[in-house]
Design a protein around this ligand. Sequence first.
Ligand SMILES: NC(=O)c1ccc[n+]([C@@H]2O[C@H](COP(=O)([O-])OP(=O)(O)OC[C@H]3O[C@@H](n4cnc5c(N)ncnc54)[C@H](O)[C@@H]3O)[C@@H](O)[C@H]2O)c1
Ligand SMILES: O=C(O)CC[C@@H](O)C(=O)O
Length: 465
Amino acid sequence: MSSPQEIQQAFQNISISGSPNRVSKSPVQSFMNNLPHRLSVSKQKTLKPFSSGDIKVLLLENVNKTAIDILTKQGYQVEFHKASLDEETLIEKIKDVHCIGIRSKTKLTAKVLSHAKNLVSIGCFCIGTNQVDLEYATKIGVAVFNSPFSNSRSVAELIMAEIVCLARQVGDRSIELHTGTWNKVSNKCWEVRGKTLGIIGYGHIGSQLSVLAEAFGMHVIYYDIVGIMAIGMAKQVDDLNEFLGQADFLTCHVPETSETKNLLSLPQFAAMKDGAYVLNASRGTVIDIPALIQAMKVGKIAGAALDVYPQEPPKNGDKLFVDSLNEWTSELVSLPNVILTPHIGGSTEEAQSAIGVEVSQALSKYINEGSSVGSVNFPEVSLRGLSLDQEDTVRVLYIHHNVPGVLKTVNNILSDHNIEKQFSDSQTDIAYLIADISGVDQKDIKDIYDRLNATEAKIAIRLLY
Ligand SMILES: NC(=O)c1ccc[n+]([C@@H]2O[C@H](COP(=O)([O-])OP(=O)(O)OC[C@H]3O[C@@H](n4cnc5c(N)ncnc54)[C@H](O)[C@@H]3O)[C@@H](O)[C@H]2O)c1
Ligand SMILES: O=C(O)CC[C@@H](O)C(=O)O
């Protein structure tokens, strides 16, 4: 056997180009890096809500370094934490921040958000936004942003790999060999070619997976609440029971909603083929796990791959995935052919770095320019940047209740000045107006603010100048 020195020497001259440790840039990321960066266009006037150094940003859950770099470069004060915070600490910290960045673990409930006095925006550095009370955030005029598809491919690739691993019982063989057991078997191990994959939720992830599965020679069917154009040879099946009865592998890619809670429970498992496999990398509430355990115990379901759970630990560490977290944990881990991963579907270098760029740019554009493009709870409103020569121009950002007569009142207040351009849109109960007004003296700014602030429909206001 080689000595550690010999091994080190043998590896030190290897080119890193093929090394898995090398961070490659995904096409999306390279594309995004090459986009003109509107925030730094030199001839554009930098709007100051107040000094950008006063803007406080709290980043939790090990949000990618790309985000820290972009937000720090804006001049904001950025506080970074690797884990999520317990509720008490979160309430204390959120009191004076203008922006908070989270992933899936931090629960921004109405209770937590009610303590935020300066908050203007929330960045979910992920796809899911179910961890934020969106209704309450909207009610207090806080815009929420996410990254709708930067990790979709990563999830689809993991699921494709797990389909093969379940069909070949790879998880069990690997655990056995780690503990010294050689168990070379082919009983109930299958090729995936020619088998049927059923995808519940044919959105960004489901449709990516559809492409990968067909490349493996699988037949793809999908079930979705909306009619969606099929990719390749995939087929939409409208009746859930008929759909369940056709799939050899069934995978869930739906958001967490009241309709998707326990979407797969005992009746749905009963409707499936004997010996089918179940996968879930969406949200932990989508599958009734005690029912899955029952279905596996009687051999109805031959294997499962789970990435998400109803309760997940707030940080990494040993002895956290235990019965006190979810009462069925020890029963689940004792079953054969169950692949369990700690919510890492979207956790690749490519995805996390692209998410960091996408969400932090959206947050900066909202803070600096008022653009709500990409927000999940605000109407999308944006105006082009002001040029350097527009010195006496002020940008008014007015978030208000969507009730009749508001624009008349607001434009009346602004009418002492020249309204150069304005854009307003509404989404259910909330509306958002951006207006650029010129001919504004610095001394007028407070008066405009006070008058807008006194309007009945106002939810939140910012003036950028
Ligand atoms: N494990 C991970 O790391 C990870 C990573 C990314 C996303 N996710 C989860 O995956 C979910 C799906 O992501 P996506 O980007 O594909 O979302 P998406 O919004 O692009 O697609 C979701 C699809 O589900 C459909 N749908 C909604 N309710 C349904 C129902 N009751 N029955 C059937 N179909 C329904 C929608 O019409 C839509 O087509 C996200 O909401 C997120 O919670 C998990
Ligand atoms: O990174 C995370 O914590 C969440 C990943 C995933 O569930 C998502 O919603 O994008």
